[in-house]
Design a protein around this ligand. Structure first.
Ligand SMILES: Nc1ncnc2c1ncn2[C@@H]1O[C@H](COP(=O)(O)OP(=O)(O)O)[C@@H](O)[C@H]1O
Ligand SMILES: Cc1ncsc1CCOP(=O)(O)O
Ligand SMILES: [Mg+2]
Length: 267
């Protein structure tokens, strides 16, 4: 694929305001910095509305959600909508507890999300379909047609782009679906792999026009999965090394590597 948004991320350094979970905050900030974006990690109620005046994107991730953070996310999301800042939702482990389900229902009712990114279990939950999940992880399985339909259903239901990640990523705008057949199994052994992807999608949206959010999301997922594939070369079970290699690859991946490696098709 042609890289259009990656050079823009590197030249414009979009500020991505991440309201994310306690597990992945540092990994996400380092991943954004490596890529060329500018992370701002804050859930502080006193400042989260103001940040939307200068942010290029907002990420809302419910990984370690509590009532206080949920209230702050509602305020930030609404302020971002008002300011025209694209908002990405990562509904981490939404099917796992009643509390998460309550929070997600409120967020989806009151905020317009540009992109919802989740694994198969999370996207299936939003589609209203029973799917196997375990805590914050998806249990693998499901054929491509089912997963593609899930992504499309959620995109239509919430009038947004959906990025369903896994062995194959499915990205839909509610009409079209693209599949990306890149990545590595090692991603599953590094916590924050999905969460950082949500932040990276935010960076790509931050340099795109709203009409191009589908294209920007596809490129973000492709850059991410190809960087993972390159980072995993010569590794089998060295998950710590993979995490470091991956951050390095986010910084060095270029147009040639993307054109050479990305396997993107319509489904
Ligand atoms: N089995 C796999 N093979 C290749 N890539 C994978 C695999 N599982 C996940 N990925 C990649 O890992 C990244 C994070 O996705 P995922 O693991 O689904 O998120 P989460 O951590 O939220 O469950 C995505 O880029 C996805 O393409
Ligand atoms: C392990 C864990 N527990 C609560 S949030 C979280 C991080 C999940 O990160 P990811 O979905 O990116 O693997
Ligand atoms: Mg996740």
């Amino acid at each position: 694929m042609q890289s259009h948004y990656l050079p823009l991320v590197r030249s414009q350094t979009p500020l991505v305001h991440c309201m994310t979970n306690l597990v992945v905050t540092n990994f996400s900030a380092n991943g954004l910095l490596a890529l060329g974006a500018s992370p701002f990690m804050s859930v502080t109620p006193e400042e989260i509305a103001e940040i939307q005046n200068f942010a290029q994107a907002l990420l809302i991730n419910i990984g370690t959600i509590n009532e206080t953070d949920a209230k702050a996310m509602l305020i930030a999301g609404k302020a971002a909508n008002k300011a025209g800042v694209p908002v990405v939702l990562d509904p981490v482990g939404v099917g796992a507890t009643a509390f998460r389900q309550k929070i997600i229902k409120q967020l989806l009712a009151e905020i317009n999300f540009a992109v919802i990114r989740g694994n198969a279990a999370e996207i299936a939950f939003l589609a209203g379909i029973n799917w196997q999940g375990k805590g914050v992880d998806a249990v693998t399985g499901g054929d491509a047609a089912d997963l593609s339909r899930l992504a499309k259903t959620v995109a239509q239901k919430y009038r947004c782009i959906t990025a369903l990640s896994g062995e194959i990523d499915f990205i839909s705008d509610g009409k079209n679906v693209r599949q990306i057949q890149n990545g590595t199994q090692l991603f599953r052994k590094v916590t924050g792999s999905g969460c950082l992807l949500g932040a990276v999608i935010g960076a790509f949206l931050g340099v795109a026009q709203p009409a191009d959010y589908f294209a920007a999301s596809i490129e973000a997922c492709a850059v991410y999965a190809v960087a993972g594939e390159l980072a995993a070369r010569d590794l089998s079970r060295e998950t710590g090394t993979f995490a470091i290699n991956f951050i390095n690859r986010l910084g060095t991946i270029d147009a040639l590597q993307l054109a050479d490696k990305a396997r993107i098709s319509e489904i």
